[in-house]
Design a protein around this ligand. Structure first.
Ligand SMILES: *[C@@H]1O[C@H](CO)[C@@H](O)[C@H](O)[C@H]1NC(C)=O
Ligand SMILES: *[C@@H]1O[C@H](CO)[C@@H](O)[C@H](O)[C@H]1NC(C)=O
Ligand SMILES: *[C@@H]1O[C@H](CO)[C@@H](O)[C@H](O)[C@H]1NC(C)=O
Ligand SMILES: *[C@@H]1O[C@H](CO)[C@@H](O)[C@H](O)[C@H]1NC(C)=O
Ligand SMILES: *[C@@H]1O[C@H](CO)[C@@H](O)[C@H](O)[C@H]1NC(C)=O
Length: 454
């Protein structure tokens, strides 16, 4: 897997602390400027909306501090004490981390259950308002809608909080709920989606099984649904346990710079033996028959990659409509873990002319769609390790603040829950000042795959 990925945050602590300091001072300055803007009665595109939002959150929580909601309380229960030290946690303050752990011990997380969501969404305008969904955006964002697929199966609260973070009225969201998920989970998700005309639930549901083509099928269902909407420019797929590192406006800026390139991680040389094992033989279910498989159609070289993709609308259209893509899909159907080869191979065979495909050495291609810490060797994980992936804890927050990636994986709703709460707090703080956030466009412009694509 991508061991190198974890090396990215091997900066010294001091440097990071300094950087953090600069960011916070900047945010502070920006807040002052924004406040002045409001005073002089020239509302920016975000300020009016935000004032409303913070007020509504106060109302919903019964315990808001300065406009940010750090944890969605179970409806009808006494509000818990609030934890006010996210900023210190991001700065790597050890005593704050100790206090956070104590706080979580004293206030165990009680997830909001599907029933509560069903009753909350009975009055949609009230729900949208109380939960502080962002309902107005800048012209730049309006002109550049993004399509998301969310493949989910549990933890309605976490799914809803992810949706709330990435939700903007001009974007499109397709939420696939696994067929094996409980009925009440499905009903709650349907109820939430019912409050938004741009949140779609495909009518067919797939029972997703690891290793099989069924992992890809929800993507196809969602891609088909999403293609019915004309305007979006890029497609990003997510699971319920991720969180954005960039605001929508930042995403738009980055995707505009991508200028038609896809970001799909792939590897060839480093993965030859796995590729041979998984695609060199005919599989029945997940069982290898050891019968040699015929070579792929159209002279496609098989690559192996990561699960999450950022792809252009044209790429998605190719996947859904092109006959070569269909032939190739038939071919990967009956290999092991086709989800790690199908899109990656389409993206790394530039001779096919697939829109946005990468030209160059896939093993050297950076990967911006997702930040994941694979726990091998020296990789630091302060949370817990689940199947070699770091589930972040509060002490990981400093390493998440100035990442260049678009999203980060992964968080568990009840594991060190303040980690997610603080990510949210930081995210919504950023949405208030996103016009003034430092943005390194050169970094994205100079990415190898942005410079070299079909
Ligand atoms: C978010 O903004 C609030 C209000 O300005 C501030 O108190 C809080 O520390 C900020 N949180 C973070 C993580 O920066
Ligand atoms: C929904 O809630 C809003 C207040 O948020 C209220 O004005 C409206 O009357 C409610 N609608 C219904 C149908 O109850
Ligand atoms: C994969 O193959 C099975 C069995 O032939 C078929 O039922 C299924 O529709 C195929 N899936 C896709 C996505 O083509
Ligand atoms: C995203 O799409 C890729 C296609 O390569 C697929 O393998 C993966 O399972 C999808 N991930 C999610 C989170 O839906
Ligand atoms: C489908 O893809 C193949 C290979 O990339 C290409 O030659 C062909 O023209 C495409 N078909 C259509 C209808 O665009």
């Amino acid at each position: 897997m991508l061991r190198g990925r974890a090396k990215g945050h091997a900066e010294t602590k001091m440097l990071r602390a300094k950087k953090l300091h600069v960011v916070f001072v900047l945010i502070g300055v920006v807040i002052v400027i924004c406040t002045m803007g409001v005073l002089f009665k020239k509302p920016t595109e975000f300020s009016t909306n935000f004032a409303e939002r913070s007020e509504s959150l106060t109302h919903f929580q019964g315990r808001r501090q300065r406009g940010y909601e750090s944890e969605l309380q179970p409806v009808g229960e006494q509000p818990q004490a609030a934890f006010r030290q996210c900023k210190a946690l991001f700065e790597g303050d050890r005593s704050a981390a100790v206090q956070a752990k104590k706080f979580m011990e004293n206030h165990p997380k009680v997830p909001v259950n599907p029933e509560q969501y069903k009753s909350l969404t009975r009055n949609c305008s009230d729900f949208i308002h109380r939960r502080g969904y962002i309902t107005s955006v800048s012209q730049v964002e309006t002109n550049f809608p993004i399509a998301f697929s969310l493949v989910v199966y549990k933890d309605v609260e976490q799914v809803e909080r992810l949706l709330r973070a990435i939700y903007r009225p001009q974007n499109y969201y397709c939420v696939h709920v696994d067929k094996k998920s409980p009925r009440d989970f499905m009903k709650a998700i349907t109820a939430i989606a019912g409050c938004f005309k741009n949140v779609i639930i495909p009518s067919v549901r797939i029972h997703v099984v690891w290793g099989r083509i069924s992992v890809l099928e929800p993507e196809f269902l969602c891609m088909r649904e999403l293609l019915k909407y004309q305007k979006w420019k890029y497609f990003i797929n997510l699971t319920g346990q991720e969180f954005p590192l960039k605001t929508n406006k930042e995403l738009v800026k980055i995707l505009q710079i991508f200028n038609g390139a896809n970001d799909i991680a792939g590897s060839l040389k480093k993965q030859l033996s796995t590729i041979k094992k998984r695609t060199g033989y005919v599989y029945i279910g997940n069982k290898n028959t050891f019968i040699t498989k015929s070579p792929p159609p159209a002279g496609i070289h098989i690559h192996k990659g990561q699960m999450k993709i950022t792809a252009t609308r044209e790429f998605v259209d190719y996947v859904i409509h092109n006959e070569t893509a269909h032939l190739f899909l038939d071919w990967v159907n009956g290999t092991l873990v086709p989800d790690e080869t199908y899109f990656v191979s389409l993206n790394n065979n530039p001779q096919l002319g697939v829109p946005g495909a990468h030209i160059g050495d896939p093993d050297k291609k950076p990967y911006l769609t997702r930040y994941v810490v694979w726990v091998y060797g020296k990789a630091k994980c302060w949370g817990k390790e689940v199947r070699h992936v770091c589930v972040f804890g509060v002490s990981d927050l400093p390493s998440l603040i100035d990442r260049k990636e678009l999203f980060v994986n992964k968080f568990h709703l009840t594991f060190e829950y303040l980690t997610y709460d603080c990510m949210e707090e930081m995210y919504f703080n950023k949405t208030r000042v996103e016009n003034a956030l430092p943005f390194n466009s050169d970094y994205y412009r100079n990415l190898e795959f942005v410079r070299n694509h079909v």
